[in-house]
Each structure stands twice: as structure tokens, then as C-alpha cells.
Ligand binder design. Structure first.
Ligand code: NDP
Ligand code: MG
Length: 392
């Protein structure tokens, strides 16, 4: 019998967190949940704790901690409850946690993702913003501690599956190019002239994937693909210009690796995040994920087209930040987070998102990244500049 692996799920109440617990629940012989974390959704966190009996739960916002504590005791659980953002790092580094699912959205997940990497755990990386912001720092931490870094983002997980065994951040031999597929989001066919009228409701209604609000808006602007382009450069040691974006509206081919001999390998599957989650949890073994078989005969045709860079300016801004490097990706990411939040709160039009990011990138000088302080300073400056611009 194999010893059960402990898994801490950071952001367990989110879309990725819930899919992770769904996969884990299918394999009680292999996995046990060590910690669960949420920002404010305490009722769902309590339900998850009752189902999975973790050692620790973290509720970042303390307002409902008393109710949560009472619920845990009423259920007869001895689970410890911690509050506050620092407790996320405790969850990421529990002695019993072999794997850490980094599924908090945005910069809020940076410290805990870095902590898991420093502690030498298997890091399942959904929180792409953490890597985009900290870049080489996260990869250095992984290499120094002997941690494993397995991508959850479906495109990067697909590429990982099509590559020979690699070290994080080091290019595999014989690779010419990576092709990142993009669904194109809900506004693939909407004329740019209608972008100012786009509502948050229509932006989060993604045609292929059910995801959290922030990444859904990022998919609608194509910033998600821009962040993923930077993520791919970093994870797979690729130089700018060797990662291509191709729109593939069916979201069946999750990405491709082109080799120097002319071979191109792809990973296909139904658009369901439980596939990459199960892959990374089980790797190198293959696990049942609950995802339906791909019905090849029902697929019909698969389409591929170039992204419209005149319409989706966020992609162009991200490509530029990826070329510049240093703190530019952190500035891009922070300005985007502030702009997306303002859009969701109806303080900024949809077409204002790239305008804000562009302005912030031109306002704040890019520096080299020598340590976390550089990243945090760039992130803070970009947030202030974006907020000031939106407040007008
Ligand atoms: P969700 O918005 O659905 O979930 C976010 C999770 O993070 C929730 O558990 C939330 O808690 C928690 N959280 C939010 N803010 C904070 C904070 N300030 N401090 C601590 N915890 C916080 O997001 P997704 O699951 O969609 O995405 C998570 C990450 O995975 C993102 O980085 C995204 O880009 C990436 N990803 C997602 C994919 C998807 O299919 N959803 C696909 C590929 C990547 P609460 O519920 O209490 O608010
Ligand atoms: Mg993705």
C-alpha cells in the first residue's frame, strides 16, 4: 500500500479549489487533505472541512471566524482554525503537506506559493499571477529546495505532458516553439466598437470554461493569454518570440510543442480542469479524474486562427512586458488586477482595462528583479498608479 500524500489546498472555495477536492475525493487511498483556505466563504469552507477533515483551515478575513469555529466543534472536528493572510504560509508549509495546490487568485497567492516552493513541496501551480510577478525568484526557490513545480493551467499542463522530463525554467532540447491555444473568450466575434458597452455579466460568461470572475475577465480581454505567455516563457525556459498564441475556439487542443525535426505534439481533452489537476496530483501516475472521454467522432472540425491584436490590446501589452522582463510583468499584473476589479465594480469600462495598464506601464520604470522587495515595490507602485488613474 502507498502512503497517503497530504495535500494543502490554498483557495479551496474557488473554482480550481473545488475541482481539486473533487479529484481528491475520488482517491481516498492516495490523498488526505491537510489544510483548506478561503478568504471569506466560511460556510463552504466549513462544508469542505466536514467532508475532508483537514488539520488546519484558514479564513483570511476574520469576521466569520467565530461561526466557523463553532461549526467545526459542532461537527466534532479537532481542526485548527487560523485567520489572517500570514496563516496561508502556515497552510503552505505544514509538515504533513506533501503537495500544495496554489489556487488563490492574484497577487494574494504570492507569499504562500513562494513559501511552499521554499519548503520543497510539490507545488501545483494554478496561481499564474504569482509566477508572472516573481518570475525567476519562484523558479530559484524551487531549484534551491528541490521542490517540484507542476503547472495546472491547462495550456502549460498540456505542454508539460508533451515535453520530455524537464527542470523548471530550463528549456528542453530540440524544442523550436510552443503554441499556446486560446479559446478567444466571449468576445471573439464582437466588434471592438462595442467593447465600451460590455457588462461584467457578459464578460464572465465564458463559452467553454467555468472559472472565477477575475480569470474570466482576463479571458475576455485576452490578458489571460498574455499572462500565460509570460508563464510559459518562465516555466519552460523559452525566449520571447518562441511562444506563439493561436486562437482555437473549441478548447479541445490545450496546447502544442513544436520540435526542430518538424514534429508537433499536442494534448487534447474535454475542457475540464480536473484533467490537469489529476495529472499534476498523480504525476507520474495517471489517475481517474471524473472527466468524460473525448468523443473523437463527435468533434467534427477543429479551428485555428491568429489572435486579433488590434482588438485585444492586453495581449500586445503582455507580450511587450514579457520581452522587457524585470519588474515589467509585475507592473502589468498589478495594473490588470486593479483595472479588472474596477471593471467588475462598474467603475471602469471594459475598453478601459488595456488603457489603464498601458498608462501604468509607461508611467513606472522597469527595474531588474534582485529580490522580493523589487517585486513588491513594483506591484505597489503600479496599484497606486492604476487606482489614481481610475479615480480620475
Ligand atoms: P476563484 O475566484 O474561483 O477562487 C479564488 C480562491 O482564492 C477562493 O478560494 C478565494 O476565497 C481565494 N481568495 C481570493 N482572494 C483571496 C485573498 N485576498 N486571500 C486569500 N484567499 C483569497 O478563482 P479560480 O479558482 O478561477 O482561479 C484561481 C487561480 O487559478 C487564478 O490564479 C487563476 O488564474 C488560476 N486558474 C484558474 C482556472 C480555472 O479554470 N478556474 C484555469 C487556470 C488557471 P473566497 O472563496 O473565500 O473568496
Ligand atoms: Mg489557461
Amino acid at each position: 500500500m502507498i502512503a497517503r500524500k497530504g495535500v494543502s489546498v490554498l483557495g479551496s472555495t474557488g473554482s480550481i479549489g473545488r475541482s481539486t477536492l473533487d479529484v481528491i475525493a475520488r482517491h481516498p487511498d492516495r490523498f488526505k487533505v491537510t489544510a483548506l483556505t478561503a478568504r471569506s466563504q466560511w460556510k463552504l469552507l466549513l462544508e469542505q472541512a466536514i467532508d475532508h477533515r483537514p488539520e488546519l483551515v484558514v479564513l483570511v478575513e476574520p469576521a466569520n471566524a467565530p461561526e466557523l469555529q463553532q461549526g467545526l466543534r459542532a461537527a466534532g472536528l479537532s481542526t485548527e482554525l487560523m485567520t489572517g493572510a500570514e496563516a496561508l504560509e502556515t497552510a503552505a508549509t505544514l509538515a504533513s503537506a506533501d503537495c500544495v495546490m496554489a489556487a488563490i487568485v492574484g497577487a494574494a497567492g504570492l507569499a504562500s506559493t513562494l513559501a511552499a516552493a521554499h519548503a520543497g513541496r510539490r507545488v501545483l501551480l494554478a496561481n499564474k499571477e504569482a509566477l508572472v510577478m516573481s518570475g525567476p525568484l519562484l523558479l530559484d526557490a524551487v531549484r534551491a529546495s528541490g521542490a517540484e513545480l507542476l503547472p495546472i493551467d491547462s495550456e502549460h499542463n498540456a505542454i508539460f505532458q508533451c515535453l520530455p522530463p524537464i527542470r523548471p525554467g530550463v528549456a528542453a532540447p530540440g524544442v523550436r516553439r510552443l503554441w499556446l491555444t486560446a479559446s478567444g473568450g466571449p468576445f471573439l466575434r464582437l466588434p471592438a466598437s462595442e467593447f465600451p458597452q460590455v457588462t461584467p455579466e457578459s464578460a464572465v460568461a465564458h463559452p467553454r470554461w467555468r472559472m472565477g470572475q477575475k480569470i474570466s475577465v482576463d479571458s475576455a480581454t485576452l490578458m489571460n493569454k498574455g499572462l500565460e505567455l509570460i508563464e510559459a516563457q518562465l516555466l519552460f525556459g523559452m525566449s520571447p518570440g518562441t511562444v506563439e498564441v493561436v486562437v482555437h475556439p473549441e478548447s479541445i487542443v490545450h496546447s502544442l510543442v513544436e520540435y526542430t525535426d518538424g514534429s508537433t505534439l499536442a494534448q487534447l481533452g474535454n475542457p475540464d480542469m480536473r484533467t490537469p489537476i489529476a495529472h499534476a496530483l498523480g504525476w507520474p501516475d495517471r489517475l481517474e479524474s471524473g472527466v468524460q472521454s473525448l468523443d473523437m467522432l463527435a468533434l467534427g472540425s477543429l479551428r485555428f486562427e491568429a489572435p486579433d491584436r488590434d482588438k485585444f490590446r492586453c495581449l500586445v501589452l503582455a507580450e511587450a512586458a514579457g520581452r522587457v522582463g524585470g519588474t515589467a510583468p509585475a507592473i502589468l499584473n498589478a495594473a490588470n488586477e486593479v483595472a479588472v476589479e474596477a471593471f467588475l465594480e462598474r467603475r471602469l469600462n471594459f475598453d478601459g482595462i488595456p488603457m489603464v495598464i498601458d498608462h501604468v506601464l509607461s508611467q513606472i520604470a522597469t527595474e531588474a528583479v534582485t529580490g522580493l522587495a523589487d517585486v513588491l515595490a513594483a506591484d505597489g507602485a503600479a496599484r497606486r498608479a492604476a487606482a489614481a488613474l481610475i479615480a480620475g
